[in-house]
Structure formats: structure tokens, C-alpha cells
Design a protein. Structure first.
Length: 146
């Protein structure tokens, strides 16, 4: 019998059915202020090779979180007119998910809200600690074994 040529995932990565958001998310976030111009947000994305930037607004004791994605920028950049700022571009409030949420539930939330990025929050503090994208979920689907 010849060996199976199909690549297998890591024994360290759970299957999609058993994975939690923490298993697939990218820890850390890039942030900007609501008044940052669109071209600067685009520059941040290109410089850091990311597809989303978190927008922090509101008061220090009660911040609000939004998210700007590369698709949001493309949508506006193809139109003529005034350059919007990060607040105008952002989806507010950002669709959030906790690190302990099952990955399948996060995927369903992406479909429900028609978004490719969710802001990951710490379960107790509800503070943003990362981002999860459709590509992160695809990685678990492709390489998960458990």
C-alpha cells in the first residue's frame, strides 16, 4: 500500500469541530483614532500586512470599538469625493467574539453579520485582545486533526 499523499495537520491543532476562537485567532490588535484619514489607515494595513484596523472611540472609561477592513477601504476608494476618516469607514460597534467561543459559532457569526473579521475580546474584561478572520478559520479546517 502506498503512503497517503494528502498532507495532514498538526497534532497540536484541533479540528474545526473542537476548536475555540483562541486556537485560531491572531493575538494583538493594531488601533487608530476615529479621526485618522482613510489613506493613513490604508498605509497602516499595507505596512503591517494586515486586513483590518481597530478604531478606538468614546471616553477612556467607556471605549467603543469599531473595525475597518481592507474591503471597507476599497469600497470607498473607488468612489470620488471627500476622503472619510476611520470612524466613517468603521463598522461600529465591531462584531465581537470571546476567546472561549467555539470556532463554529464564530464562523456562524461571520456569516450572520456578513463580515470576514471579528474582534476577539477577553471573556472577563471584554477588552479586545485580537482578531480572527475567515482565513484563520480556513487554517483550522485545513490543518486541524483533533
Amino acid at each position: 500500500m502506498s503512503p497517503d499523499p494528502t498532507p495532514h495537520g498538526s497534532y497540536l491543532m484541533p479540528s474545526l469541530e473542537h476548536a475555540m476562537v483562541a486556537d485560531a485567532m491572531h493575538p494583538g490588535i493594531l488601533t487608530t483614532n476615529p479621526d485618522t484619514p482613510m489613506t493613513e489607515v490604508a498605509r497602516m494595513m499595507a505596512s503591517h500586512h494586515v486586513h483590518s484596523i481597530v478604531v478606538i472611540g468614546g471616553a477612556d472609561d467607556a471605549p467603543t470599538w469599531g473595525i475597518v477592513t481592507d474591503i471597507d477601504i476599497l469600497r470607498v476608494a473607488t468612489q470620488s469625493g471627500v476622503e472619510p476618516n476611520a470612524e466613517a469607514l468603521s463598522v461600529r460597534p465591531a462584531v465581537t467574539v470571546e476567546t472561549t467561543t467555539p470556532l463554529l459559532e464564530a464562523a456562524q457569526s461571520m456569516i450572520k453579520h456578513a463580515t470576514a473579521h471579528l474582534l476577539v475580546v477577553e471573556p472577563i474584561s471584554k477588552r479586545p485582545i485580537g482578531v480572527i478572520s475567515t482565513l484563520d478559520i480556513a487554517g483550522i479546517l485545513a490543518w486541524g486533526e483533533g
